[in-house]
Write a protein that binds this ligand. Structure first.
Ligand code: SAM
Length: 250
Protein backbone atom coordinates (compact mmCIF):
# COMPACT_ATOMS: atom_id res chain seq x y z
CA UNK A 1 0.00 0.00 0.00
CA UNK A 2 0.87 3.66 -0.23
CA UNK A 3 1.90 5.94 2.62
CA UNK A 4 -0.42 8.33 4.44
CA UNK A 5 1.53 11.50 5.23
CA UNK A 6 0.18 13.81 7.95
CA UNK A 7 1.45 17.19 6.79
CA UNK A 8 1.50 20.33 8.97
CA UNK A 9 0.90 23.60 7.10
CA UNK A 10 1.42 27.19 8.34
CA UNK A 11 -0.84 28.83 10.97
CA UNK A 12 -0.41 32.24 9.33
CA UNK A 13 3.12 32.74 8.07
CA UNK A 14 3.67 30.88 4.79
CA UNK A 15 7.40 30.74 5.53
CA UNK A 16 6.62 28.13 8.18
CA UNK A 17 5.84 25.45 5.60
CA UNK A 18 8.82 23.10 5.90
CA UNK A 19 10.95 22.08 2.97
CA UNK A 20 9.97 18.48 3.57
CA UNK A 21 6.26 19.37 3.65
CA UNK A 22 6.70 21.00 0.23
CA UNK A 23 8.44 17.89 -1.12
CA UNK A 24 5.83 15.52 0.26
CA UNK A 25 2.98 17.61 -1.18
CA UNK A 26 4.78 17.75 -4.53
CA UNK A 27 5.35 13.99 -4.67
CA UNK A 28 2.03 12.77 -3.23
CA UNK A 29 -0.46 11.25 -5.66
CA UNK A 30 -3.37 12.86 -3.87
CA UNK A 31 -4.09 15.45 -1.18
CA UNK A 32 -6.84 14.85 1.39
CA UNK A 33 -7.92 18.27 2.67
CA UNK A 34 -10.34 19.69 5.20
CA UNK A 35 -11.35 22.42 2.72
CA UNK A 36 -10.25 21.86 -0.86
CA UNK A 37 -10.64 25.54 -1.83
CA UNK A 38 -8.45 26.68 1.05
CA UNK A 39 -5.80 24.01 0.40
CA UNK A 40 -6.06 24.68 -3.35
CA UNK A 41 -4.76 28.19 -2.70
CA UNK A 42 -1.79 26.86 -0.71
CA UNK A 43 -0.95 24.34 -3.44
CA UNK A 44 -1.27 27.06 -6.06
CA UNK A 45 1.15 29.20 -4.06
CA UNK A 46 3.59 26.26 -4.10
CA UNK A 47 3.04 25.72 -7.82
CA UNK A 48 1.49 22.29 -7.23
CA UNK A 49 -1.64 20.90 -8.87
CA UNK A 50 -3.01 17.67 -7.38
CA UNK A 51 -6.21 15.65 -7.25
CA UNK A 52 -7.89 16.34 -3.89
CA UNK A 53 -10.36 14.58 -1.62
CA UNK A 54 -12.47 16.69 0.76
CA UNK A 55 -12.47 15.45 4.33
CA UNK A 56 -14.75 17.58 6.53
CA UNK A 57 -15.38 16.63 10.12
CA UNK A 58 -18.99 15.73 9.39
CA UNK A 59 -18.24 13.53 6.39
CA UNK A 60 -14.94 12.11 7.58
CA UNK A 61 -16.42 8.70 8.27
CA UNK A 62 -17.68 8.37 4.66
CA UNK A 63 -14.74 9.94 2.92
CA UNK A 64 -11.96 8.11 4.72
CA UNK A 65 -13.02 4.97 2.84
CA UNK A 66 -12.02 6.67 -0.43
CA UNK A 67 -8.66 7.61 1.05
CA UNK A 68 -8.06 4.08 2.37
CA UNK A 69 -8.96 2.68 -1.08
CA UNK A 70 -6.45 5.03 -2.73
CA UNK A 71 -3.77 3.97 -0.22
CA UNK A 72 -4.54 0.28 -0.73
CA UNK A 73 -4.23 0.85 -4.49
CA UNK A 74 -0.67 2.04 -3.83
CA UNK A 75 -1.15 5.81 -3.92
CA UNK A 76 0.67 8.09 -1.47
CA UNK A 77 -1.78 10.50 0.15
CA UNK A 78 -0.95 13.72 2.03
CA UNK A 79 -3.47 14.80 4.67
CA UNK A 80 -3.57 18.53 5.42
CA UNK A 81 -5.96 20.75 7.37
CA UNK A 82 -6.71 24.46 6.86
CA UNK A 83 -3.93 25.48 9.23
CA UNK A 84 -1.37 23.83 11.46
CA UNK A 85 -1.19 20.16 12.33
CA UNK A 86 -4.02 17.83 11.22
CA UNK A 87 -5.90 16.02 14.04
CA UNK A 88 -5.13 18.82 16.53
CA UNK A 89 -8.67 20.25 16.85
CA UNK A 90 -8.97 19.28 13.17
CA UNK A 91 -10.17 16.24 11.17
CA UNK A 92 -8.10 13.13 10.53
CA UNK A 93 -8.41 10.96 13.62
CA UNK A 94 -10.77 8.42 12.04
CA UNK A 95 -8.64 8.22 8.90
CA UNK A 96 -5.37 7.69 10.79
CA UNK A 97 -6.94 5.07 13.02
CA UNK A 98 -8.40 3.16 10.07
CA UNK A 99 -5.18 3.42 8.06
CA UNK A 100 -3.20 1.94 10.96
CA UNK A 101 -5.81 -0.77 11.47
CA UNK A 102 -5.44 -1.66 7.77
CA UNK A 103 -1.69 -2.07 8.30
CA UNK A 104 -0.82 1.00 6.22
CA UNK A 105 2.16 3.24 6.98
CA UNK A 106 1.27 6.60 8.54
CA UNK A 107 4.10 9.10 8.51
CA UNK A 108 4.11 12.51 10.30
CA UNK A 109 5.56 15.58 8.59
CA UNK A 110 5.66 17.95 11.58
CA UNK A 111 5.47 21.73 11.53
CA UNK A 112 3.35 24.59 12.83
CA UNK A 113 0.87 23.98 15.62
CA UNK A 114 -0.78 26.90 17.43
CA UNK A 115 -0.73 25.27 20.86
CA UNK A 116 3.01 24.55 20.73
CA UNK A 117 3.79 27.97 19.22
CA UNK A 118 1.81 29.65 22.00
CA UNK A 119 3.30 27.61 24.85
CA UNK A 120 6.85 28.02 23.56
CA UNK A 121 6.67 31.82 23.90
CA UNK A 122 4.20 32.35 26.77
CA UNK A 123 6.55 31.98 29.73
CA UNK A 124 4.25 29.59 31.56
CA UNK A 125 5.42 26.18 32.82
CA UNK A 126 5.64 23.70 29.94
CA UNK A 127 6.83 20.62 31.81
CA UNK A 128 3.24 19.48 32.21
CA UNK A 129 0.26 20.86 30.30
CA UNK A 130 -3.24 19.80 29.38
CA UNK A 131 -4.55 20.72 25.94
CA UNK A 132 -8.34 20.77 25.87
CA UNK A 133 -8.92 22.41 22.46
CA UNK A 134 -12.27 24.20 22.09
CA UNK A 135 -14.55 24.10 25.13
CA UNK A 136 -18.32 23.79 24.61
CA UNK A 137 -19.91 26.83 22.92
CA UNK A 138 -22.66 27.19 25.54
CA UNK A 139 -21.81 28.91 28.81
CA UNK A 140 -23.14 26.12 31.07
CA UNK A 141 -21.09 23.44 29.30
CA UNK A 142 -18.03 25.67 29.19
CA UNK A 143 -18.19 26.41 32.91
CA UNK A 144 -18.64 22.74 33.75
CA UNK A 145 -15.52 21.94 31.71
CA UNK A 146 -13.56 24.71 33.46
CA UNK A 147 -14.62 23.45 36.88
CA UNK A 148 -13.08 20.11 35.95
CA UNK A 149 -9.75 21.90 35.27
CA UNK A 150 -9.74 24.39 38.18
CA UNK A 151 -7.53 22.34 40.53
CA UNK A 152 -5.26 21.00 37.82
CA UNK A 153 -1.61 21.83 38.62
CA UNK A 154 -0.52 21.54 34.96
CA UNK A 155 -0.76 24.48 32.54
CA UNK A 156 -4.10 24.50 30.69
CA UNK A 157 -4.13 25.27 26.96
CA UNK A 158 -7.32 26.10 25.05
CA UNK A 159 -8.32 27.26 21.59
CA UNK A 160 -11.02 29.88 21.17
CA UNK A 161 -12.68 31.73 18.31
CA UNK A 162 -12.79 35.55 18.24
CA UNK A 163 -16.54 35.78 18.87
CA UNK A 164 -16.34 33.79 22.12
CA UNK A 165 -12.99 34.92 23.54
CA UNK A 166 -14.46 37.56 25.90
CA UNK A 167 -17.06 35.08 27.18
CA UNK A 168 -14.37 32.47 27.82
CA UNK A 169 -12.25 34.97 29.77
CA UNK A 170 -15.26 36.05 31.84
CA UNK A 171 -15.94 32.40 32.67
CA UNK A 172 -12.26 31.92 33.61
CA UNK A 173 -12.60 34.85 36.06
CA UNK A 174 -15.71 33.23 37.57
CA UNK A 175 -14.32 29.71 37.87
CA UNK A 176 -10.55 30.23 38.41
CA UNK A 177 -10.75 33.56 40.26
CA UNK A 178 -9.55 37.00 39.15
CA UNK A 179 -5.91 36.44 40.08
CA UNK A 180 -4.98 33.26 38.21
CA UNK A 181 -2.12 34.00 35.81
CA UNK A 182 -2.89 33.60 32.13
CA UNK A 183 -1.33 34.31 28.73
CA UNK A 184 -3.22 34.87 25.48
CA UNK A 185 -1.46 34.39 22.16
CA UNK A 186 -3.28 36.18 19.34
CA UNK A 187 -2.58 35.94 15.57
CA UNK A 188 0.60 33.93 16.14
CA UNK A 189 3.15 34.16 13.30
CA UNK A 190 0.99 36.84 11.60
CA UNK A 191 1.47 40.59 11.22
CA UNK A 192 -0.56 41.47 14.31
CA UNK A 193 0.84 38.80 16.61
CA UNK A 194 0.18 39.88 20.22
CA UNK A 195 0.68 38.33 23.64
CA UNK A 196 -1.49 39.48 26.53
CA UNK A 197 -0.38 38.32 29.97
CA UNK A 198 -1.24 38.89 33.60
CA UNK A 199 -4.12 37.92 35.85
CA UNK A 200 -7.19 36.55 34.10
CA UNK A 201 -9.11 39.69 35.14
CA UNK A 202 -6.46 42.07 33.78
CA UNK A 203 -6.16 40.20 30.48
CA UNK A 204 -9.95 40.45 30.10
CA UNK A 205 -9.74 44.23 30.71
CA UNK A 206 -6.81 44.62 28.27
CA UNK A 207 -8.68 42.76 25.56
CA UNK A 208 -11.84 44.81 26.09
CA UNK A 209 -9.80 48.02 25.95
CA UNK A 210 -8.01 47.05 22.71
CA UNK A 211 -10.10 48.08 19.65
CA UNK A 212 -8.70 45.10 17.75
CA UNK A 213 -8.71 42.91 20.86
CA UNK A 214 -11.40 40.41 20.04
CA UNK A 215 -10.30 39.99 16.41
CA UNK A 216 -8.14 37.16 15.17
CA UNK A 217 -7.34 33.71 16.47
CA UNK A 218 -6.43 32.87 20.05
CA UNK A 219 -4.54 30.34 22.10
CA UNK A 220 -5.50 30.69 25.76
CA UNK A 221 -3.01 29.43 28.34
CA UNK A 222 -3.65 29.35 32.07
CA UNK A 223 -1.16 28.72 34.88
CA UNK A 224 -1.89 25.56 36.86
CA UNK A 225 -3.32 25.70 40.38
CA UNK A 226 -0.91 25.79 43.32
CA UNK A 227 -0.37 22.23 44.51
CA UNK A 228 -2.53 21.30 47.48
CA UNK A 229 -1.04 19.06 50.17
CA UNK A 230 -2.85 16.18 51.84
CA UNK A 231 -4.22 18.35 54.64
CA UNK A 232 -5.85 20.50 51.99
CA UNK A 233 -3.66 23.60 52.51
CA UNK A 234 -2.22 25.29 49.44
CA UNK A 235 1.56 24.99 49.27
CA UNK A 236 3.92 27.10 47.19
CA UNK A 237 7.06 25.72 45.71
CA UNK A 238 10.19 27.14 47.31
CA UNK A 239 11.31 29.11 44.21
CA UNK A 240 7.99 30.90 43.97
CA UNK A 241 7.92 31.51 47.72
CA UNK A 242 11.40 33.03 47.56
CA UNK A 243 10.52 35.32 44.65
CA UNK A 244 7.34 36.43 46.44
CA UNK A 245 9.35 37.22 49.60
CA UNK A 246 12.03 39.09 47.64
CA UNK A 247 9.38 41.31 46.08
CA UNK A 248 8.21 42.30 49.59
CA UNK A 249 11.70 43.20 50.81
CA UNK A 250 12.76 46.88 50.84
N1 SAM B 1 -4.74 22.28 13.67
C1 SAM B 1 -4.49 23.63 14.15
C2 SAM B 1 -3.17 23.66 14.93
O1 SAM B 1 -2.31 22.81 14.69
O2 SAM B 1 -2.97 24.55 15.73
C3 SAM B 1 -5.67 24.15 14.95
C4 SAM B 1 -6.95 24.20 14.18
S1 SAM B 1 -8.32 24.82 15.07
C5 SAM B 1 -9.66 24.48 14.00
C6 SAM B 1 -8.18 26.56 14.90
C7 SAM B 1 -7.84 27.26 16.22
O3 SAM B 1 -6.44 27.16 16.45
C8 SAM B 1 -8.15 28.74 16.24
O4 SAM B 1 -9.50 28.99 16.61
C9 SAM B 1 -7.19 29.23 17.30
O5 SAM B 1 -7.68 28.96 18.60
C10 SAM B 1 -5.97 28.35 17.03
N2 SAM B 1 -5.07 29.00 16.08
C11 SAM B 1 -4.83 28.65 14.80
N3 SAM B 1 -3.96 29.51 14.23
C12 SAM B 1 -3.64 30.42 15.17
C13 SAM B 1 -2.78 31.57 15.20
N4 SAM B 1 -2.10 31.94 14.12
N5 SAM B 1 -2.70 32.27 16.36
C14 SAM B 1 -3.40 31.90 17.44
N6 SAM B 1 -4.22 30.83 17.47
C15 SAM B 1 -4.34 30.11 16.35
Amino acid sequence: GGVLYIVATPIGNLGDLSERAGQVLTRADRVAAEDTRHTGKLLQHLGISKPMIALHDHNERDRFVRVIDALLAGEDVALVSDAGTPLISDPGYVLVREARAAGLRVCPVPGACALVAGLSAAGLPTDRFLFAGFLPAKRSGRKAALEEFRDLTATLVLYESPHRILDLLADLVDVFGRERECVLGRELTKTFETFYSGSVASVLEDLKADPNGARGEFVVMVHGADPVDREGAATLDSDRLLSLLIRELP
